[in-house]
Design a protein around this ligand. Structure first.
Ligand code: FAD
Length: 366
């Protein structure tokens, strides 16, 4: 085992890299552990190829991007350039980062933690969990549709087929835009159907602008509001299909309703229905979580468990912090008056970087 570190940072996404930059600047002895073979592996795996990365700042936040080096370009450059930018930041600043090293467990107590990975053990005083949130939500349909994709690697793979994208947020909108653009550029007449369970889609201004541009340029985007994926079925040719229908059926009398539905081969369905926090991992690490019961949560669903954090994002174990996607879309914050309240936490690059600054401010003082 090496000599004791000040800090182990788990994950090299925007949150982890921002924390490392600040640790380096303040001469802390630290290491970043990344399970993938690339910096920002999480982003690399989840963004469609060529997707523009927006430097979105949530409406409720007034401050500019706090770490300029890791801010996505105002020109909204494609994801490949953002990853390049991150690689340059790591090289130029000579950040201490191990790729292909997976965090597994923590033992010991503050200030003497041991962090176990697939390659060894680190002795450290503090730990920042910046491992993001990539556990996809279930579609919740009968015969859970395991073959449905959760993101697209290459939009060109869907040229020549009608595609169904399920989800009402930014990730779904990005996928719809990318698919439509590649179909339009290939003069492909098939459509991108975009289904959301609710009436209203929840996307930010930057994403909406790209989507609007795509529609005006002639993209074949068809919107299905109030559409619920219902059931997986196998057709006469043995193809797995997903059936989706609109929630309000027309009453026909005698307790009968007529529904409009569509059926897509599951291989042409992409479900961008969000991710949930790594609650099971927090449990394994014995970090205190609070269950949402009796409508105490507005963002999380009844029964969901949210990580409890101080204002500096410190968990119930002193010296262990959690930031970024790992604590989105909400967590339980201990307020100054001691009251614990569900706190909204947008899953954005900006938020992950602001979190890193908040934690590092505390660690720099010590
Ligand atoms: C399709 C899509 C489009 C988006 N577009 C935008 C956008 O345009 N603008 C924007 O601001 N936000 C966007 N977001 C959200 C943004 O990407 C996230 O908020 C941000 O990446 C969170 O950063 P993070 O550092 O917390 O986690 P991540 O970026 O998820 O990084 C976590 C890292 O930890 C690593 N890791 C995980 N487990 C372990 C382990 N056990 N050991 C070691 N390493 C581990 C992962 O490999 C990963 O590299 C988008 C998200 C999606 C899914």
């Amino acid at each position: 085992m090496q000599k004791k570190l000040d800090l182990v940072i788990v994950g090299s996404g925007p949150g982890g890299i921002a924390a490392a930059l600040l640790a380096q600047k303040h001469k802390k002895n630290y290491i970043v552990l990344e399970k993938g073979s690339h910096v920002m592996q999480g982003i690399l795996e989840t963004y469609p190829r060529g997707k523009k990365v927006y430097p979105t700042i949530p409406k409720s936040c007034k401050d500019p991007f706090p770490v300029e080096e890791i801010k996505p370009q105002d020109t909204r450059a494609p994801v490949e350039e953002y990853i390049e930018q991150a690689n340059r930041v790591v090289d130029k600043n000579n950040l201490s980062l191990n790729l292909n090293e997976t965090f597994q467990a923590i033992s010991g107590r503050f200030p003497d933690y041991l962090v176990k990975t697939n390659k060894g053990t680190y002795s450290t005083e503090n730990i920042i969990l910046a491992f993001g949130s990539n556990i996809p939500n279930d579609l919740g349909i009968y015969g859970e549709a395991k073959t449905v994709a959760r993101n697209i690697e290459n939009p060109e793979d869907y040229i020549g087929v009608n595609v169904l994208v399920i989800g009402g947020g930014n990730a779904a909108a990005d996928v719809v835009s990318s698919l439509s653009k590649s179909k339009r550029e290939a003069s492909d007449a098939t459509s991108v159907y975009w289904a959301h369970i609710k009436e209203k889609f929840e996307i930010n201004t930057d994403t909406a602008r790209d989507l609007g541009e795509e529609v005006l340029l002639g993209g074949q985007i068809k919107i299905l509001q109030r559409a619920v994926p219902k059931i997986g079925e196998v057709d006469a040719e043995g193809i797995d299909r997903l059936y989706i229908h609109q929630t309000s059926g027309a009453p026909m009398g005698d307790d009968l309703y007529m529904y409009q539905g569509m059926s897509f081969p599951m291989k042409n369905v992409i479900a961008c229905i969000g991710t949930h926090g790594p609650s099971a991992i927090f449990d394994e690490l014995n970090l205190q979580q609070i269950t949402c019961t009796g409508a105490i949560c507005k963002i999380a669903k009844e029964g969901e468990r949210l990580l409890m954090l101080s204002r500096q994002l410190e968990t119930s174990s002193p010296g262990i912090f959690a930031i970024g996607g790992a604590i989105s879309p909400s967590f339980m914050m201990i307020q100054e008056d001691g009251v614990i309240r569900e706190t909204k936490h947008s899953n954005l690059i900006y938020t992950a970087v602001v979190d890193a600054v908040r934690v590092m401010e505390k660690l720099i003082q010590t």
